[in-house]
Design a protein around this ligand. Structure first.
Ligand code: BES
Ligand code: MN
Length: 927
């Protein structure tokens, strides 16, 4: 009896939706180059004058199961999955705000009430659930006493307060929620979970019963809570179609006699579309008023419907889209989608979006010309939705590549200018900024550095800053100076804030494919923005610029904000000091210095950084007079080998437990004060409250002190002359090393004693070789005064913007203990807490899978005052040069992976940092 669609495999007929949930990485790059945020699409083009544009991928959200249904409210994306959960994402931050344990079977249909207070979900478990969209609790669970099979679709009439469902057993059924108190109580045994299942429970050949499929261990649980409602047998339309009821929607203004009246439209496996009148006086009962057929003898199944005004669009299995005029009930157009079977249709902004088996979205204009085609998913696209969010046209797709993609389709409607400096605009500018390969350490990218600098300068100029490129000694990258003048009426009290940052980045090649995408095209995934430099330091710079502009737009910028953004920080700020000294007058006076180039201690608690270590980088070279030799032919005890000499002097630098043996090295270092000790116990207390697995607070404090307030030495690499084989005695051997310095040590003095020490140790070897020590670059340590006004203002801003900090106890978080066990270290020597042990799991693994055991706890609202082990050469220099105190706001989280593969910044950290800067630029008092 049923007219099953092509890829049928019993029992549901939608097997194709249900298997193949094996995660595969979508590889196609859907982002665009910086020259144009919108690029021409090759191939078939609309005849219209408008150029074809590919929508910009705003964000991709990953899950571990197929996405079968989507609906978008003004604040959230709701996604129904093959595993029965309904995922809820914030449209502002793309954070996953909830995972609703929705159903025991695949979620096949979703819809919202008109006021968006209610969410309806239908599923393969034969149940329709009704959810509160504020707290995601279940209000009702509706079931039929019939064996309805899969419930493919659900619609809700807000006027009649009636839920309509379309099912596999060809029926349409309905429930008027106003009658929930007057209808008889359901009997517990008639609920589907207690009934025999026609497919699973009937005896097979030989009379053997197939056991019922159980949800996997740890998988979605049955939803709980709310009232159970039974569909009355009288509120059912059997054989609504001669096939499965695949899709349904409610439309208004179709019936000419009453334009406000709603009608129900359903599409079925029989290839027919039916229009139904709703009988308000009779419990919302449906009466067929029309039947739309395209004249084929055997219709292909209608899988999806969309309506816009009085036009109805229907999508079929073979890539066919029919356009119907609902006023005349005529088929006005027959489109052939390039996208293979059409599984989902959406309309909005004057466009029709079709998608399906090929993973391609095809966009038609009102003349039914193809405007764009783009690969949205690697595999099937199973669901889509269109919504105008904050005046922004947004298109969302979901597929069996287990991802949801959010597209900016802003060419649909031009956004009003008042929204132009929204966070989305900030992210677009950041995307362009990231696209410049501003790698300062590689001369090949000198041109890219220049272009990146001039792009940034154009951002400043567009926002009305007076800008200047400060030249540095060739070949170093220029420094950008940009001045935003505060309200001239306040000239006497106008304070001057200097924001320091750097536009250069660490190299990222992605030759081994370890990056999740191209490091130089910003990629939004699971609430995080990925790209080289996004956290160090391009994202924070962009947030600060937009914050100044926010104040300008509100006419609330009373201070002068001066940006100094250099392009050599990752190479030790070459040329910066001279450039600043040569332009002192142009830069002018400064009251406060602010920078934002570090990270929180973990992924949850906001921090303020008041100290950084200094650093000196040195190269130690031993050269002999003889050429590269062969160890068999020439090796002899009489020969002074360069690599051996080098190792012998390097070995003198360090004693047991990392003690540096350079005489006088530790002398200037001050002992820890009582106040500082208190800060450490505050930090460990807070960290342990959030991550109790971190263990002993004393060990944790010691490991932090080692990184923040104690010096360290690292030998980075060796280099030798000659061919790379094991018989060579190299003529020359070289090592590069660095020393991290702490307050009260000065880099010049340490450079001197290091050089002297190496030479005196080398002399003891009485070698014929020559030793050369070169200091490559150096940076002074910095210790800020965290009692001053700028820290106080930052602290208040952080508390306002971040609010109470939720502490998540994530069971999967790596702990000190488990890390040391994994590496087989003995308990007597604990491994130090590193940024990765404090981060909430590694970057790649995070985001997929959720922690059911997590219990939100509220931690102290105050930011943690921390120091950092890293260095920023310019900060102490700027303090001295301008006689102004500096403060450091870390924007990123511990898991940002700066300098590593997959550097990222949480979108929420970016936008909240913008708010914090805004408050600080506004509220900072005069010194
Ligand atoms: N953002 C870092 C500094 C930093 C590192 C802060 C770790 C907090 C934690 C900066 O961009 C950087 O990489 N600095 C270099 C400076 C060096 C090249 C002179 C560093 O620390 O190695
Ligand atoms: Mn860096």
């Amino acid at each position: 009896m049923y007219h099953d669609p092509k890829p049928v495999e019993s029992p549901s007929g939608l097997e194709v939706f249900r298997n193949g949930a094996i995660g595969r990485k979508w590889t196609r790059d859907t982002t665009v180059p910086h020259e144009a945020m919108e690029v021409e699409v090759h191939g078939r083009r609309a005849a219209s004058t408008k150029p074809a544009v590919t929508p910009v991928l705003l964000h991709r959200l990953r899950h571990d199961k197929s996405i079968l249904a989507l609906v978008v409210s003004s604040t959230n994306i709701f996604a129904g999955t093959q595993g029965g959960e309904i995922l809820v994402y914030s449209l502002d931050t793309y954070e996953r705000v909830a995972v609703i344990e929705g159903h025991r079977g695949s979620v096949l249909g979703l819809c919202l009430s008109q006021d968006q207070d209610l969410l309806f979900s239908s599923a393969g478990d034969r149940i329709v659930n009704v959810w509160n969209t504020q707290n995601f609790s279940r209000l009702y669970s509706i079931y039929s006493t019939y064996d309805v099979g899969d419930i493919f679709c659900v619609s809700y009439s807000s006027t009649l307060q009636t839920v309509y469902l379309g099912a596999q057993n060809t029926s349409i059924q309905w429930y008027d929620l106003r009658e929930k108190d007057t209808r008889p109580q359901p009997s517990p045994t008639s609920h589907p979970s207690f009934r025999e299942d026609r497919f699973f429970d009937s005896p097979g050949p030989g009379g053997v019963r197939t056991p019922r499929p159980q949800p996997p261990e740890g998988g979605p649980r049955h939803a709980t809570g709310g009232r159970i409602l039974e569909l009355d047998k009288q509120y059912i339309r059997q054989f609504a179609h001669y096939g499965y009821v695949y899709c349904m929607l409610l439309a208004r203004g179709i019936l000419s006699d009453d334009p406000t009246e709603e009608i129900l439209i359903s599409g079925g496996g029989d290839g027919v579309i039916r229009l139904w009148q709703l009988d308000a006086a009779n419990g919302g009962a449906i009466h067929e008023i029309h039947k739309l057929e395209d004249g084929r003898e055997e219709g292909e199944a209608v899988l999806t419907l969309a309506v816009e005004g009085t036009f109805l669009y229907s999508g079929r299995l073979d890539g066919e889209i029919n356009v119907w005029d609902l006023e005349t009930k005529q088929l006005v157009r027959n489109l052939k989608a390039e996208t293979d079977d059409v599984l989902t249709l959406s309309v909005g902004g004057g466009f029709l979006f079709t998608a399906g088996v090929s993973g391609i979205v095809q966009k038609f204009n009102r003349q039914y010309e193809t405007v764009t085609e783009f690969q949205a998913h690697d595999r099937l696209i199973l669901a889509s939705a269109f919504a105008i969010i904050n005046d922004r046209p947004t298109f969302v797709t979901g597929g069996n590549d287990n991802t949801i993609a959010v597209w900016n389709v802003r060419d649909c409607i031009s956004a009003p200018s008042s929204k132009r400096t929204s966070n989305e605009h900030l992210i677009e500018s950041l995307k362009q900024f990231i696209s410049f390969r501003t790698v300062s350490s590689d001369p090949r990218y000198k041109g890219d550095c220049r272009r990146g600098a001039s792009y940034l300068r154009s951002v400043f100029k567009n926002f009305g800053a007076a800008t200047e490129m400060l030249n540095t000694e060739d070949p170093y990258n220029p420094v950008i100076l940009a001045k935003f003048r505060g309200n001239p009426a306040k000239s006497a009290s106008r304070k001057k804030i200097l924001f320091y940052g750097h536009y250069d980045v660490i190299p990222a090649e992605n030759e081994q494919g370890k990056w999740i995408g191209d490091p130089f095209s910003l990629l939004g995934i699971d609430g995080y923005l990925y790209g080289r430099g996004v956290s160090d330091n391009k994202g924070p710079i962009m947030a600060a610029i937009y914050a100044v502009n926010d104040l300008k737009e509100e006419q609330a910028l009373d201070s002068d904000v001066i940006f100094l953004i250099e392009g050599e920080e990752e190479c030790g700020s070459r040329g910066f000091e001279d450039a600043v000294r040569n332009n002192k007058e142009l830069i002018g006076n400064v009251d406060w210095i602010l920078l934002a180039n570090s990270y929180w201690l973990d992924d949850h608690v906001p921090c303020l950084t008041y100290g950084l270590r200094g650093v000196i980088h040195a190269t130690i070279k031993v050269e002999s007079q003889h050429p590269d030799l062969h160890s068999g032919v020439d090796g002899s005890a009489m020969l002074d080998e360069s690599l051996k000499d080098l190792i012998m002097v390097l070995a003198k630098l360090m004693g047991p437990e990392g003690k540096i043996e350079i005489p006088g090295f530790y002398d200037p270092i001050l002992p820890i004060s009582n106040e500082e000790k208190r800060l450490y116990s505050e930090i460990t207390e807070t960290l342990l409250r959030g991550n109790p697995e971190l263990g002993d607070p004393r060990q944790l404090a010691i490991s932090l002190m080692r990184r923040w307030r104690e010096a360290s030495l690292t030998i980075h690499r060796f280099h030798t002359s000659g061919p790379e084989n094991s018989t060579i005695i190299p003529r020359m051997a070289e090592a590069s090393l660095s020393l991290r310095l702490v307050p009260n040590q000065t880099s010049a003095e340490v450079a001197r004693i290091l050089t002297d020490f190496l030479h005196s140790e080398f002399a003891k070897l009485a070698s014929q070789n020559r030793l050369e020590v070169t200091i490559d670059h150096q940076a002074e340590p910095w210790l800020g005064d965290f009692h001053n006004e700028i820290f106080k203002t930052l602290e208040e801003a952080i508390m306002e913007v971040w609010g109470p900090t939720p502490g998540r106890r994530k069971s999967s978080v790596s702990t000190l203990k488990s890390i040391s066990e994994r590496h087989g270290y003995s308990d007597s020597k604990p491994s130090p807490a590193t940024s990765s042990t404090l981060a909430n799991g590694p970057a790649e693994g995070d985001g997929v899978g959720y922690d059911e055991t997590s219990e939100p706890t509220t931690l102290a609202r105050k930011p943690l005052y921390i120091r950092e082990g890293g260095s920023i050469p310019s900060i102490r220099f700027l303090e001295k040069e301008f006689e102004a105190p500096a403060a450091h706001l870390p924007c990123g989280q511990a898991s940002d992976s700066a300098h590593l593969d997959n550097e990222r910044l949480r979108q929420l950290n970016l936008t909240n940092s913008r708010e914090i800067f805004k408050k600080v630029f506004r509220d900072l008092p005069k010194k």
